[in-house]
Design a protein around this ligand. Structure first.
Ligand code: XMP
Length: 515
């Protein structure tokens, strides 16, 4: 069955992944491609609709990103957003110029064409998010203006006969109050998508695809206990049961009780049918990390040791047919394989395939999904909520939350402090609001007094940040009572700690982690 797809053509704007997510929220499958993608490739995908994103350029400059005019002649509905809208006008014979007034922020848009398909069930006056320095001063032939603002004569325009729509603002941003409605009007109303891309269907279809691909072959997966690899394990288990072997390396740098939690879900007592191998490598890691204080050196040791252990386990298992990975769609886009606004992270999953495992092919069952979709698939598969809604946890684990040398004693301190902190954040009902929060162990020891005794103990630092993309972040404004309670409990319950700090630093200049 060919699934209906809407394609987002990426011109380098900052909200491009959001556009695709909003389309997916309409239960329509959506993929992002760079504006450099050949039109033949787009045609071959036979999309139900095409969306052109925003971007930082001026479309009338000679070197700016552009696209062939043919795109608008395919008979496929096209929606241009911001730069995409200007480019559509520019290519089709309208005029785009530097605006006398730059519009930025929440702006009242007045709908002129009340029977426009894009504005079905949208208020006549509606707040939208504007961010542009150029404007459409003249629409292309065949287009009519469908909305305006006080400063912008063309907030939206359309050639309904040809199903071409241009929108100057950003409907994908939540500040555009009725933006989701407008996008769903395009995707369902104009493109005629059925909106049947749902997670239960995804799970069912993917299970079928895995079975066909794997046959009676064997699959190996490195399970970290994070959301992505756990959901991949759940899917593969449902598809092929014991043909799947998961190797879970407990490096002793996990959060409190986490190793046992992963084992209880995926191990022999758990609900999934698979071979589960837990490698208790705690001491091995502590030995390797002894005396090492430099953050990058620690990361390197932790990474290399993982490879070595995985290699050893893979050797014991012998040749497998497939190596599975929990790559998700943002990993694919960010590694430059999809869209234009590529931000290459050093710790994404895509690319470097391990050459130390004897396998024939790679299998990535979550490659098409956004994080929230991975979570939905996880729930669908019956993976416990606690695991599915885990906050991000770095690969090197507590190794980069213990400043200076890592020792078993320090790991225990930070595990206990962190568990208390997380418990109190959850008790205060703040766990959904904060994107990442944890306790770290500073390398500072100071004098204190407890009872009648002098202490000389460590200081714990608490971190809590709000962020959208983890590239920038602000420290969360936690209520004083919560902080105070956490401080009291940590001092009383965690041996070896006599001070607690709250980190107020934003990113930049700080990072989210401490090392
Ligand atoms: P920073 O500290 O760079 O963190 O502001 C941004 C996000 O990335 C995570 N992070 C890592 N994840 N390996 C990982 O898998 C790493 O070495 C690493 N360093 C940071 C961090 O938890 C945050 O979500």
């Amino acid at each position: 069955m060919k699934r209906e797809t809407v394609i987002v053509i990426d011109f380098g704007g900052q909200y491009n992944q959001l556009v695709a997510r909003r389309v997916r929220e309409c239960n329509v499958y959506c993929e992002i491609y760079s504006y450099k993608t050949d039109i033949e490739k787009i045609k071959a995908m036979n999309p139900k609709g095409i969306i052109l994103t925003g971007g930082p350029n001026s479309c009338y400059e000679p070197d700016s990103p552009t696209y062939t005019k043919e795109l608008f002649e395919l008979g496929i509905p096209v929606l241009g957003l911001c730069y995409g809208a200007q480019l559509m006008m520019h290519i089709l014979g309208g005029k785009v110029e530097a605006a006398p007034v730059r519009e930025y922020g929440k702006t009242e848009v007045l709908v002129d064409k009340k029977d426009s398909k894009i504005f079905a069930d949208v208020s006549e006056k509606t707040i939208c998010w504007m961010s542009h320095f150029d404007y459409i001063s003249k629409v292309a032939p065949g287009f009519e203006i469908s909305a305006h603002t006080a400063d912008c004569p063309v907030a939206a325009a359309e050639n309904a006969k040809k199903s071409l729509y241009a929108i100057q603002y950003h409907p994908e941003v939540l500040h555009t109050v009725e933006g989701t409605k407008m996008l769903s009007n395009f995707v369902l109303g104009v493109c005629g998508c059925a909106g049947d891309w749902k997670m239960d269907a995804f799970v069912e279809n993917t299970v079928k695809e895995i079975r066909e691909k794997v046959g009676d072959g064997r699959v190996l997966l490195a399970l970290s206990g994070g959301v992505d690899s756990s959901v991949a394990a759940g899917l593969l288990s449902r598809a092929i049961g014991k043909q799947l072997t998961c190797v879970f390396v407990d490096h002793g740098l996990l959060r409190k009780d986490e190793g046992d939690e992963v084992e209880s879900v995926f191990g022999p007592e758990g609900q999934f049918d698979l071979n589960f191998i837990r490698v208790n490598a705690q001491q091995r890691y502590y030995d390797k990390l002894a005396g090492v204080t430099e953050p990058e050196a620690k990361r390197k040791i932790i990474g290399e040791e993982f490879i070595r252990i995985f290699e050893e386990e893979a050797k014991k298992i012998g040749a497998v047919d497939f190596l599975a990975q929990g790559t998700i769609y943002p990993d694919v886009v960010e590694s430059g394989l999809g869209g234009e606004s590529a931000v290459i992270k050093s710790h994404h999953n895509v690319g470097g395939l391990p050459d130390y495992v004897d396998f024939k092919e790679i299998i990535e069952p979550l490659r098409d999904l956004f994080k929230d979709e991975v979570r939905k698939a996880g729930l669908e598969l019956g993976i416990p909520e606690k695991l599915v809604f885990r906050q991000p946890f770095p690969g090197p684990g507590l190794g980069i939350r213990i400043i200076g040398e890592v020792t078993a004693e320090k790991v225990q301190i930070v595990q206990d402090a962190d568990a208390i902190y997380r418990e109190e954040i959850a008790n205060a009902g703040l766990d959904q609001e904060i994107n990442q929060y944890f306790a770290a162990l500073t390398n500072m020891r100071s004098v204190g007094v407890m009872g009648d005794e002098r202490t000389y103990d460590y200081a714990v630092a608490l971190r809590a940040v709000k962020t959208i993309d983890f590239m920038t972040a602000e420290s969360a404004e936690l209520p004083y009572e919560v902080l105070n309670k956490v401080m009291n409990r940590i001092i009383n319950e965690v041996k070896g700690v006599n001070r607690v700090f709250y980190d107020l630093t934003s990113k930049p200049p700080g990072t989210i982690e401490f090392e």
